[in-house]
Unconditional design. Sequence first.
Length: 202
Amino acid sequence: MSAMADRIMKRIRGKGRGWVFTPKHFLDFGSRGAVDMAISRLAQSNAIRRIGRGIYDYPRLHDTLGALSPDPAVLADALAVQTGDKLAPSGATAANQLGLSTQVPARASYATSGRTRVGKAAGRSLTLRHSRAPVLDQASDTANAVLQALAQLGRKDVDADVIQRLAARVDDADMKQLLQARPAMPGWMGDVILKIGSLHNG
């Protein structure tokens, strides 16, 4: 195994079984060409698995079933790194996570700061939909979920009950991130964030 492949494999093992990655995860090791070549050799030797165009994983193994499919959320994270877009839970998923809806989406889908498309890897299809709300970088999952849930509900369906429920779900750090992001939101959404903040601090 080359020195480059050895370093890459060491990082992969450190992340553990189930990690999904792209060559971009290793560009601190050297040139893109050298990284691509090392990853290609690792895949050919079955040390890792190629699951899509430019997407690989270190699969979890089952005694009977063999290599398992990757977790959709981990796959989505890798797709985000590959494209350079930011991702958040889809509006429907966010509404469910925050207790605003009892419906569990049948298919994995995510809100993205990029264009709407379907990502495919390891036999899975992930729908990435361009978000009507900002997808915050370096923000908590909860803060992003609040924005996506608001976008999913729409201005007319965000009532006092919704605002109260969201105020109970956010912590101080979430609230700070949401307030700082108000300039990037539609006006009505920024107003809702202010109302959530007043209840949260009340």
